[in-house]
Unconditional design. Structure first.
Lengths: 264, 120, 485
């Protein structure tokens, strides 16, 4: 082959097409049964998670008495469910499959630790990613945007069990606040972030250990689940969302700080 | 509609695989990996999707939560996890590429082999 | 018991977080924490292994198949005990190579790696396996790159991209399996795998296997092997060779009941394993760099494990478990001794180890014994693995594969004996033995290897328990799924 580049492209193309053919051909044989929804709702394990019916005590959640906030009107039967989160995705992430989330938090922890370990060891100051001074608007607006980002981030973490969102989304929003601060040339204490990260990790373990000690299983819910739809409900989901929000915010923040050093 | 959705997501994944095999530039390989991740994540979400079903959040108007009413929430939770994992891998890979570039001054793993082809 | 099984995963994690508070302390504090945690893991998993049969922990209190379960049966406890033992020896003696700065970070990553390996073995959930696999992968990318030379970065980058590709394919496979069977629990999957159509099952399992084959260093996924083994710090080489590949072998054994329901897939994997075996061992034969050689040899041994599983049957599983254990121990010995030689002579080329038996007679003897065990000489642990493997091959009438295995064994014996011969050549040299403490863990492991070699009965009962746990999928599924019902 005179041109290794072209032969490489052809080889890759053939390989990809073969793989794609295998995937599509195999999926085609299965017809439409990959579908969820009306086809096979109850046959999946998520069916019981949606109905909050794993323990077998099916709650009665008919909408009758208007007892809660405006968008929530459940009968008293929605009190003390096996899992009190209105957002079913949150209930899976932070309760039914919380051990996955535990692993996920560790993955992020390992990635951030590794990122810090691998970056060249220079004593650069956290003084903005660009060499230019920040312009007037950015410099003045940054503290205000930072405050709003923090509030929004905490709000998203706090409401993760009621509305779309949760700890990871909230933490990411908190980290954008830190990014704006770094972009505008402000300093941020990276030691504080490392400490927050570690303490949030220990808190996660503490919540899990509480379940282990009190109920006998790691990460089992020990907090009352409350009434569906209220802010202080859903027990472990709320607690874990807050902790994850703190931890992810601190971790992404220290990623930004480490990456934003001038002399990388 | 369903077929279109999962075809698109799989094609996206295949584009990522093609990029990973064919490219030599480390940054391009990393971008291909991210495209592959996006495709796989989309596939997972798509496979739990259904046109008749609703967002998996219980509100008072829906009343009794029954599995039929909702999109499958479990793949969405899995995708949440896999996105974070993808972020971690990307961060570590970028730091490594930076380190490699500092050490060797090259962005390909075999610097001498493909320079003749005009590629850097 | 329940608590101890969970602690095997969360105690290293706790230690990883704790290390932040000791970042200014002396190095021995970190070593003490790591040694304590891994020693605790070794002892408690051994106690559980000898005490009783099966233990299932429903994490979060959600009963299987809905929640995530940890399954501690005979099979998984053998492997947890093995990886914890090796992790202890690394933490106490060999050491994740430490620099003055960032000590606590390498230590924390090593602890996360240990937790991830234990999690991959204990978990009874496919997606949770994937999450822990990624945790192990990210920690190992960083720890390989800690070697700091060019091949460390090259190896780590190759590993990242191969690993990223393989794990995304695995995730695709998990997605297909979930969408067709509606479950992620491995035991539940064994029951429901029949719901998937033939060709789709073939594809989905093939995709899931990609992630496992990466850890086992089988052919298309082992492009990262030589550079990573060459560039990684001493401790990380042992992690790669003895912990991560062991976990890959375990995962394949655990998925055996699902695997044998797909004869088509087995037909496809058999040539792959044979090709991998031949390529790896021939590459090892030509290699001059000791660590790359050991890396290739690892890939070859893991291909052997895969072949044993593909031969199937009780005896095949028995052989696979035996080879994995023998390989993990012998490879750890070889890397410990190799690090000792490297410290002494300052070179990684085995041809420069001429006459080292004079300076370090124990090291040379340990190296030879471990090499003989890997090759499968009678009287060593590896012999019984190879023997049962041949038995499994004869039982399933795979004569061609057996012939290749025997030929490759000779190749393996030749290149290991060449190194041993170099060690025992009588030449004058003025090097001094350095870092002799690296021989202590090697002595411990070699004692086990020789003991089992002469008296395989002492562990065959445990391994047979593991074989039963691996083979009788219906019982496994029943035990896991009936738990708490």
């Amino acid at each position: 082959m005179s041109n290794p580049r072209i032969s490489r492209y052809i080889f890759s193309l053939i390989l990809t097409v073969l793989l794609g053919y295998a995937v599509f051909a195999a999926l085609g044989t299965q017809g439409g049964t990959l579908r969820f929804g009306p086809h096979s709702p109850a046959s999946r394990i998520s069916g019981a998670m949606i109905e909050k019916n794993i323990e077998g005590a099916r709650p009665n959640l008919t909408a009758k008495n208007h007892t809660g906030p405006s968008n929530v009107n459940f009968a008293p039967g929605s009190k003390g469910l096996e899992n009190g989160a209105a957002n079913i995705v949150s209930s899976i992430v932070a309760d039914y499959r919380s051990f996955d989330t535990f692993g996920e938090v560790l993955v992020l922890f390992a990635a951030v630790t590794g990122f810090m370990l691998l970056l060249p060891d220079k004593k650069g100051k956290n003084k903005g990613v660009t060499s230019e001074a920040p312009n007037f608007v950015l410099a003045k607006a940054a503290p205000i945007v930072f405050a709003f980002a923090m509030i929004t981030g905490v709000y998203i973490s706090f409401n993760g069990h009621l509305t779309p969102g949760g700890g990871f989304a909230g933490g990411a929003v908190i980290a954008t606040g830190i990014l704006i601060l770094v972009l505008s040339g402000n300093e941020f204490n990276s030691q504080l972030l490392s400490l927050t990260e570690t303490i949030a990790g220990l808190l996660f373990l503490a919540v899990g250990a509480a379940g282990l000690v009190l109920k006998g299983n790691f990460l089992q819910n020990v907090i009352p689940t409350g009434v569906l739809g209220y802010i202080f409900s859903s027990g472990i989901v709320l607690a874990l969302n807050l902790i994850i929000g703190l931890k992810v915010g601190a971790e992404l923040g220290s990623l930004i700080l480490a990456g934003g050093k001038k002399e990388i | 509609m369903f077929t279109i959705l999962y075809t698109i997501s799989l094609v996206l994944a295949l584009i990522g695989i093609f990029g990973m095999i064919s490219q030599k530039n480390l940054i391009k390989i990393l971008i291909s990996l991210n495209i592959l991740e996006t495709g796989v994540n989309l596939f997972l979400v798509t496979a739990g999707w259904s046109a008749e079903a609703k967002v998996p959040i219980i509100t008072g108007k829906l009343g009794l939560p029954a599995a039929v009413n909702f999109v499958d929430p479990l793949p969405q939770a899995l995708v949440l996890t896999s996105i974070v994992i993808g972020l971690g891998i990307t961060a570590v890979a970028l730091a490594l590429i930076l380190r490699y570039y500092r050490k060797t001054g090259s962005l390909t793993l075999e610097p001498s082999e493909f320079q003749a082809g005009g590629e850097r | 018991m329940n608590t101890y099984l969970t602690l095997l995963i969360i105690l290293p994690v706790f230690a990883a977080f704790l290390m932040y508070f000791f970042r200014k302390a002396d190095n021995w504090v970190n070593i003490a924490i790591m040694s304590f945690v891994t020693l605790f893991g070794t002892v408690s998993s051994l106690v559980m292994l000898f005490s009783q049969g099966m233990e299932v922990v429903a994490l979060g209190g959600w009963k299987p198949p809905y929640g995530i379960v940890l399954v501690g049966d005979q099979l998984s406890l053998i492997f947890v005990a093995l990886i914890y033992l090796i992790a202890y020896l690394i933490a106490q003696f060999g050491g994740i190579e430490r620099t003055k700065t960032n000590d606590h970070k390498s230590g924390a990553l090593f602890m996360l790696l240990t937790a991830a390996a234990a999690g991959m073995i204990l978990t009874g959930d496919l997606f949770n396996f994937f999450v822990f696999m990624e945790l192990a992968a990210i920690s190992s990318y960083v720890l390989i790159a800690k070697g700091g030379c060019r091949s460390s970065y090259t190896g780590a980058l190759k590993y990242i991209f191969t690993g990223g590709l393989a794990s995304m394919l695995m995730l695709l496979g998990i997605g297909i399996l979930y969408n067709t069977t509606g479950t992620l629990n491995i035991a539940h999957l064994m029951v429901r795998i029949g719901l998937v159509g033939d060709s789709l099952r073939w594809l989905a399992l093939g995709l899931v296997l990609c992630g496992i084959l990466l850890k086992m260093e089988v052919f298309p996924f082992n492009l990262w092997v030589p550079e990573s083994y060459k560039g990684a710090p001493a401790g990380m080489k042992i992690v790669l060779g003895s912990i991560l590949s062991t976990v890959g072998g375990y995962a394949l054994i655990r998925l055996y009941p699902i695997l044998i329901q797909n004869p088509g897939l087995i037909k496809m994997l058999l040539p792959l394993a044979l090709l991998s075996l031949i390529l790896a061992e021939l590459a090892a034969y030509r290699e001059k760099h000791i660590n790359r050689l050991l890396g290739y040899s690892s890939a070859g041994q893991m291909a052997l494990v895969m072949l044993a599983i593909l031969f199937g049957g009780r005896i095949g599983i028995y052989a696979a478990i035996f080879i994995v254990i023998a390989h993990a121990m012998a490879k750890a010995v070889l890397f410990f001794v190799g690090a000792h030689f490297k410290e002494s002579t300052g070179s990684s080329m085995w041809e420069s180890y001429r006459g080292l038996s004079k300076i370090s007679p124990i090291g040379a003897a340990l190296f030879t014994i471990a090499a003989l065990s890997l090759t499968g000489i009678p009287g060593m642990m590896g012999f019984w693995g190879k023997l049962s493997m041949i038995g499994a091959g004869l039982a399933s009438a795979k004569y061609f594969s057996i012939a290749i295995i025997l030929i490759i064994t000779i190749v393996e014996g030749v290149y290991f004996l060449r190194i041993s011969g170099t060690l025992y050549q009588s030449t004058e040299s003025d090097v001094k033995a350095k870092a002799s403490y690296l021989l202590i863990p090697a002595v411990i492991l070699v004692l086990i290897i020789v003991l089992v070699g002469f008296w395989p009965g002492c562990i065959s009962k445990i391994i047979n328990g593991g074989v039963s746990a691996a083979e009788r999928s219906s019982e496994y599924a029943k035990l896991v799924l009936d738990y708490l019902l």
